[in-house]
Write a protein that binds this ligand. Structure first.
Ligand SMILES: Nc1ncnc2c1ncn2[C@@H]1O[C@H](COP(=O)(O)OP(=O)(O)OP(=O)(O)O)[C@@H](O)[C@H]1O
Length: 306
């Protein structure tokens, strides 16, 4: 296997007496998109800042492109692109001036017009940055982050505030960058974004990685679901004899929700049971766990354990 582009071992970060990141490990391979997900305040941005060389860890080792991102910042920075949660670009410049200025700071700059066209801002090139909408501003941030054709791209919530069309366009741009060999680390609160783009995922909670692995591995952690409206007159003991667990909370709220590792077998049992009893199953759904189910599992287990 190739050398990882990012290698994090035992990373810890403190803000005074508070430890925001509590010993995390992960690697990012070349050409892969790694999604760092987590609850609010989990430590994602802090971790990103360390990867970007903007923050020194209190313990652990971090290598980006084989180098220390803080100590070797002068060598790492030209090969990376960064999109922070809040861009600090001067609002009085026009869009074209902002891109031209930024272009002068990169070692392998793309063309200004090409960059603006990529994010669909060509028609806004003479507008001042401060007059852009929130979504347009986010798209300008992406153009700036990718201007130097980076080997590694750090994106902190790149599609927050974007409408569905702009989000889909951003996804297309990211897929294109991946196809050309760029590695990407992304934080997002949009789980479908990670589900659509990520090769591997880590879910953080209170400074620790609770779940990590390939998208398939992560999704397989949670049981599949069979759900339908509770039929009139059906009591708990009268339910079908499935291998999975029937959720008593959902039952009280008028739904049958079965969590199962044998989706096909249990679905067959439910359908046979309904047919034998002449029951119509309202709002029937049978599906594998989504990333949202895994995420809720992490925050729920953490809350129960606390
Ligand atoms: N400069 C700071 N000083 C003190 N505490 C901080 C500072 N920055 C962040 N924290 C705390 O560290 C923890 C992790 O913050 P961080 O911004 O890394 O989380 P996050 O996962 O990016 O959160 P969110 O999803 O809400 O953006 C939080 O409890 C936050 O309040």
């Amino acid at each position: 296997m190739n050398e990882p582009v990012i290698d994090v071992v035992g990373l810890r970060c403190r803000y005074g007496g508070f430890e925001a990141v509590r010993g995390i490990d992960f690697v990012v391979q070349p050409g892969e998109l790694f999604a760092l997900l987590g609850t609010n305040g989990a430590g994602k941005t802090t971790t990103m800042e360390v990867l970007e060389g903007l923050r020194t860890p209190s313990a652990g080792s971090v290598r980006v492109l084989g180098l220390d991102p803080a100590a070797d910042r002068a060598r790492v920075r030209p090969r990376t692109g960064v999109m922070l949660q809040e861009s600090g670009f001067p609002g009085d410049l026009t869009v074209r001036e902002a891109v031209t200025l930024w272009r002068g700071l990169t070692s392998r700059p793309s063309q200004v017009d090409e960059s603006l066209a990529m994010v669909d801002l060509s028609h806004r090139r003479d507008v001042r940055v401060k007059a852009l909408s929130g979504g347009e501003r986010r798209r300008l941030d992406l153009a700036l982050a990718t201007l130097g054709r980076p080997d590694v791209l750090f994106l902190d919530e790149p599609t927050t505030g974007l409408d569905p069309e702009s989000r889909a366009r951003t996804w297309r741009i990211l897929r294109d960058l991946l196809a050309h060999g760029t590695s990407i680390v992304l934080t997002t609160h949009y789980l479908e974004e990670a589900e659509n783009l990520a090769h591997r995922i880590a879910i953080m909670h209170e400074g620790r990685i609770e779940v990590s692995g390939s998208l398939v591995d992560v999704l397989e952690r949670e049981a599949s679901r069979i759900c339908f409206t509770r039929p009139d007159g059906v009591a708990f003991p009268g339910l079908p004899g499935v291998a999975g667990r029937i959720d008593p909370d959902a039952f009280r709220k008028g739904r049958i929700e079965i969590r199962t590792r044998v989706l096909q077998d249990d679905l067959a049992v439910v359908l046979r049971w309904a047919s034998d009893h002449g029951i119509q199953l309202g709002r029937l759904r049978a599906h594998h766990a989504s990333l949202a189910d895994v995420f809720h599992g992490v925050s729920h287990h953490a809350a129960v354990a606390a």
